[in-house]
Ligand binder design. Structure first.
Ligand code: UDP
Length: 502
């Protein structure tokens, strides 16, 4: 695909959290499809989750590889094998996790020096601040990957400048400044940078923020048609080195890649597809609230009963986490699985989300509004039932429900940060869940129009990454930009060599 003088070599460094490393592995595949040699530097646990996908990509001829750095869990005071945010046992150990990430700088730089074909660019998660030093040391551009939407980026940028949130009362919704649409939120529902909760997390985010301002550019998992006005505004604010290259999940074309994306699924993919094949097109509610579990047992029970009351086929993904035993006990004692076996499929653990969402049987996605999940719902062309839990998710809910008008909220206002979900006293009741599902899937002109808008957006998403589409072209522009830097560096080096020799 690429006709370059040089074979460009990019190094990718994802953050050790599923919502961050999953799209970066997708990005690695996309870059390789565009002819760039890609080395992803990660940890053994993450590598093991992706090996089947990467091996298939390599066998198909893509110039792609995964290299692992041992994650210093024990040295940082974490349990052995704790390498990703979803494996940290408690909030207190978050600081240790950040320390372990910092300890990776030296081994990363040693590995970098050993790479045979000299990399010309690092794309790193924006939260890994020390990469700014490494890039400076190796004199190559550092581009950050921002795992958020353009709306979130713009909102955060505007709040940092205007600081209006600092002078509004806690409980009063206020209009977010400088956005193309009138969006209101209370302080508690603002993005995490304004709501870190702990001073440790705030410090981590502030460091990332400081390093962000020095980056050469930013790649975003979004597409221009989805957030047109936000993309324009963010370019005005940050300059033209903003490349929307998503939706990244669409690089997974075959069923194996879709099924094995992110982790080993807790259900056999054929069994899952057979179950979906038996359902009517557009009839299934797919309920999955992200890669972490943030609901208390009583709340999980309400969700189960809401799905049952909706009287529609459903797939319910139960992460359970520490509460797995409790919810399992409830499921058994109440014969929930037996009661709903005609139309319910329970997945305990990791679901093959992209495989499920791309099946025609799925009619709605009940989501926590993580950005990856939101985009995957958009790609599937289905409307969403939105249930944000914390951080940026409330803003994404606004995008889905208010700006794009392709979703209905369950009405959650409670913040459920990871590890502290028990502190949230709000209980979203089964009726509210059933009603939201009904509004999204039921008869009636509004429901039909919403479904149509979702279908159209799904088609736009697919076009965006096809040859000639907006994200395809942005990917070409990104590659050409780095190519220009490489050529410029080559020519200045040649020039200085010939100057010295005369
Ligand atoms: N995911 C999945 N199976 C699951 C749970 C999550 O494949 O059982 C994937 C999902 O497709 C998405 C990512 O994990 O790509 C979750 O990222 P998101 O930003 O939606 O939410 P987070 O988990 O980071 O809150």
């Amino acid at each position: 695909m690429a006709s370059q003088k040089h074979q460009l070599h990019f190094v990718l460094l994802p953050l050790m959290a599923p919502g961050h490393f999953i799209p970066m592995i997708d990005m690695a595949k996309l870059l390789a499809q565009h002819g760039v040699t890609v080395t992803v530097v990660t940890t053994p646990l993450i590598a093991s989750r992706f090996n089947p996908i990467i091996n298939r990509a390599v066998e198909s001829g893509l110039p792609l590889r995964l290299l692992s750095l041992r994650f210093p869990s024990v040295e940082a005071g974490l349990p052995e094998g704790c390498e990703t945010i979803d494996t940290i046992p408690s909030l207190e150990l978050m600081k240790n996790f950040h320390d372990a990430i910092d300890m990776l700088q030296e081994p990363f730089e040693q590995l970098f020096e050993l790479l045979e074909s000299c990399p010309c660019c690092i794309i790193a998660d924006k939260h890994i601040a020390w990469v700014a030093d490494s890039a400076r040391k190796f004199q190559i551009p550092r581009i950050i990957f921002d795992g958020m939407s353009c709306l979130t980026l713009l909102c955060s940028h505007n709040l940092r400048i205007s600081k209006v949130h600092e002078s509004v009362p806690d409980s009063k919704p206020f209009i977010l400044p400088g956005l193309p649409h009138r969006i209101e939120l209370t302080k508690a529902l603002l993005p995490i940078l304004f709501n870190a909760g702990s001073s440790e997390l705030q410090k981590f985010l502030n460091r990332a923020r400081a390093a962000e301002s020095e980056a050469y550019g930013v790649v975003i998992n979004s597409f221009e048609e989805l957030e047109t006005r936000y993309v324009d505004e963010i370019r005005k604010a940050k300059g033209d080195k903003v490349w929307c290259i998503g939706p990244l999940s669409l690089c997974n074309k075959d069923n194996f890649d879709k099924a094995q994306r992110g982790n080993k699924p807790a259900i056999n993919e054929n069994q899952c597809l057979m179950w979906l094949d038996e359902q009517e097109p557009g009839s299934v509610v797919y309920a999955c609230l992200g890669s972490f579990d943030r609901l208390t047992t009583p709340q999980l029970i309400e969700l189960a009963l809401g799905l049952e009351r909706s009287k529609r086929p459903f797939v319910w993904v139960i992460k359970g986490g520490g509460k797995a035993g409790e919810i399992e006990k409830w499921v058994e004692e109440n014969r929930f699985e037996e009661r709903t076996k005609e139309r319910g499929l329970l997945i305990r653990g990791w679901a093959p989300q992209v495989l499920i969402l791309s099946h025609r049987a799925v009619g709605t996605f009940l989501t926590h509004c993580g950005w990856n999940s939101t985009l995957e719902g958009v790609c599937a062309g289905v409307p969403m039932v939105t249930w944000p839990m914390f951080a940026e998710q409330f803003l994404k809910e606004k995008l889905v429900v208010q700006v794009l008008d392709i979703g209905i909220s369950v009405g959650a206002q409670g913040v459920r940060p990871i590890f502290e979900e028990d502190k949230c006293k709000e209980l979203v009741e089964r009726e509210a869940i059933k009603d939201a599902v009904e509004k999204v899937m039921g008869e009636g002109i509004h429901g039909e129009e919403r479904r149509k808008r979702a279908r159209v957006l799904g088609q736009m998403a697919k076009k965006a990454i096809q040859e000639g589409g907006s994200s395809y072209l942005n990917m070409r522009l990104l590659i050409q930009d780095v190519m220009k830097l490489v050529n410029h560096k080559d020519s200045t080096q040649k020039h200085s060599r010939s100057y010295k020799s005369t």
